[in-house]
Design a protein around this ligand. Sequence first.
Ligand SMILES: [Zn+2]
Length: 345
Amino acid sequence: MISIAQDLQEIKLKKLEDKIKIEKMWMGRVPPDRLFEKRFKYLNFVRRIYPELELQSEFLDGRRTKLYPYDSFDYYVELHAPAVHYRVIPNEIVIDLDEGDVKTNLIRIIDTLNKLNAKYFLGHSGNRGYHIHVFLAPPNGDASELAEAKGCKKLSQTVFEWILEMAKVDVADVDQKIMFSKNHTIRSFYSLNLKGKKFKTMAKTDRGIWVVPSALWNRFLEMVKDSMELESFEEEIKKYNNSVRRRNGRLRPCIQNAIKRIGKEELDHKTRVAIVTEMYHNGYSIEDIVNVFRNSPDFDENITRYQVEHITGKLGKVYKPFRCSTLKKIGVCDLSCSPKSKGAT
Ligand SMILES: [Zn+2]
């Protein structure tokens, strides 16, 4: 049996040979070192969510190493192997489009994600298709905690299917193996596609972790519950509901002040929208939000409910909380909020 140390030694040599070949191959067209650094940065992002991240290097002759825990690699291996694959992490959704009408499917999925205000990573695979990566986080925003939770993989699979359904994309056009077979790996961004001879690149979209708004989150949990034998998931649901409640009360000071003004004066439309988005993204229910406006001098339950539902996505678009700098322009914030609480998401 080859020890990790010996194996790493061999890998380092192989990498060095490949690095020279790659540089020749891409001479004057792409700066490989910059791509490798970007890859390292991306993998570090994934690892911060899931420290158990496992990597596998692939060389120009197609040979691949075993899966290694990230930490046993040093930064050496992932930096200069032509391609690095990593094991899809539990709270990650990967949508691989390379069958059927790729462009139409891509537009539909991106459109759906944008309507949901979801963050995601979009990349060209380096051959024919596109890869979309979505990292889920519960309404309290703790993606790492979610990744560790029992049943998380099932949740990701459920949300994956739900997104395809929402986008009206035929499941046959999407690679299901990535989500449904155990230990499946995916090529990291900025890794070479040996067939297409291009690197997997990342588009400048709304990148990051998708903190799912609480109403949608509860729906997801219900869906998972229905399709799951695991009784323990009940406990997971409780845990997340509790963390949602913990998050309540974390509203920025300027929004808290705006809420205090509700009973005393008639707030303008933008201020109301600011309150609704902030509360919604901090885990308050529609009911909680409507109740906050009850003291308003011109309160009308139906109108308020309609507006709250509209802002929180009933018609498809979920509005984001305003930044303090935007709130300053409408006279809600004096920018004395702590720098950490610029946005709720
Ligand atoms: Zn503020």
